[in-house]
Design a protein around this ligand. Structure first.
Ligand SMILES: NC(=O)c1ccc[n+]([C@@H]2O[C@H](COP(=O)([O-])OP(=O)(O)OC[C@H]3O[C@@H](n4cnc5c(N)ncnc54)[C@H](O)[C@@H]3O)[C@@H](O)[C@H]2O)c1
Ligand SMILES: [Zn+2]
Length: 353
């Protein structure tokens, strides 16, 4: 088992990564809390039938009393209405401030449960048990929780940290290739921004034998960056490599393209632009080869005008400038802030024109 300790200003907690952890989750949660209590398992209707009963059994064995809230799987459920139902369900189950919520699922479950925990009774403790690779390496680390509004994704939320994160890598076996590759795209991102060895493990396929180690490396990178910039004002922006263009691609596809796939194309475009602008060492070909290995896209079908429009309306943009994360080489990215007028030029360079 791998363990990464995440240190934030208000809390220190462990991310445990290993095989077979689910059946011992009760014990792990008990030792993180130092006591038993009432627990509300929150999960979606694809994950709960696969893993819910095993988690419940392990909690009951340890002396927890358990209730559950199961919602329809998918991003569409990450909204105020399902969040409200979850809060009502906590109240009905008699969850008090000394009890816990447990998110069992992917990023949708983790984000919504974390936000419910941050707000129900002005905060109750929560535990993350991520079951997608994306949730293992990204959404369960860093304390961002929230739900979507009709006006856009993740527009309401809170920074709120869990008590413990338990990643059982065996749960990844039931993921579809598409959802698995979404997580792989984020792992390639971590390799590109600051870990050449991790990039090589993804490149060589060593990732398949050393999944736990690779996940732990990603968690460590994200938690180190987040502990230095918990509220997302500076260095944390490095984690947005591929995302500035990726988010625009996601929007242009009306969210039909999944996040990790859009980010893959975004990473390829910005890397090619950086190489063509003479900012980076040659790394575009190697990046494309590893993306191709995992069936991830390297380009996108949308026009520069359409992408520019979405990038200009990005909620993270400040004033009339835009910050891109650009690779200097594999394993090192830097932030470059340019005037928003430069966006079309950058996209053109990214197409190799
Ligand atoms: N909080 C953060 O910092 C952060 C970071 C990145 C992404 N996110 C959020 O994460 C969400 C995306 O995460 P996701 O891709 O995990 O989404 P998800 O939770 O919707 O999971 C994707 C699909 O996989 C299914 N699934 C989950 N685990 C499974 C398993 N083990 N076996 C079979 N099926 C399984 C789910 O039912 C769902 O249909 C987005 O809402 C995004 O905004 C948050
Ligand atoms: Zn992402």
């Amino acid at each position: 088992m791998e363990k990464v300790t995440v240190k934030t200003k208000e809390k220190c907690y462990d991310v445990l990564i290993g095989s077979g952890l689910l059946d011992g989750a009760g014990k792990l949660i008990m030792s993180a809390l130092g006591r038993t209590c009432r627990a509300m398992i929150v999960s979606d209707d694809a994950v709960y039938p696969l893993y819910g009963k095993r988690l419940e059994a392990s909690l009951i064995k340890e002396g927890f009393s358990v209730s559950s809230f199961v919602f329809k799987n998918g991003e569409e459920s990450k909204n105020l209405s399902v969040y409200g139902e979850l809060l009502e369900s906590c109240a009905e189950a008699g969850i008090t401030r000394s009890d816990i919520l447990i998110a069992l699922g992917g990023g949708v479950t983790g984000d919504m449960t974390g936000f419910a925990a941050a707000t129900y009774l002005r905060c109750v403790k929560f535990v993350q048990i991520p079951t997608t690779l994306l949730a293992d390496v990204d959404s369960s680390v860093g304390g961002k929780t929230g739900v979507n509004l009709d006006a856009g994704k993740n527009l309401v939320g809170a920074f709120y940290q869990p008590e413990v994160v338990i990643c059982d890598v065996d749960t990844l076996k039931t993921l579809t290739d598409l959802i698995m590759s979404d997580g792989i795209s984020e792992m390639i991102k971590y390799g590109m921004i600051c870990d050449e060895e991790l990039f090589e493990m993804m490149e060589s396929g060593e990732f398949f034998e050393k999944t736990e180690e690779c996940i732990a490396r990603c968690v460590k990178i994200k938690s180190d960056i987040v502990s230095r910039d918990e509220f997302d004002n500076g260095e944390r922006q490095l984690l947005n490599f591929g995302h500035t263009i990726g988010h625009a691609i996601e929007k242009a596809s009306s969210l039909k393209m999944t996040h990790g796939h859009a980010v893959a194309a975004g990473m390829a475009v910005i890397s090619r632009a950086a190489e063509n602008a003479g900012i980076s060492e040659k790394c575009y070909d190697r990046l494309c080869a590893v993306l191709e290995k995992y069936s991830l896209p390297r380009e996108c079908a949308f026009s520069d005008e359409e992408l520019s429009g979405y990038m200009r309306s990005d909620k993270k943009r400040k004033g009339d400038s835009i910050t891109f994360v650009v690779p200097e080489k594999i394993g090192k990215c830097v932030l470059k802030t340019v005037s928003a007028e430069k966006i079309p030029e950058i996209l053109k360079l990214g197409r190799g024109e």
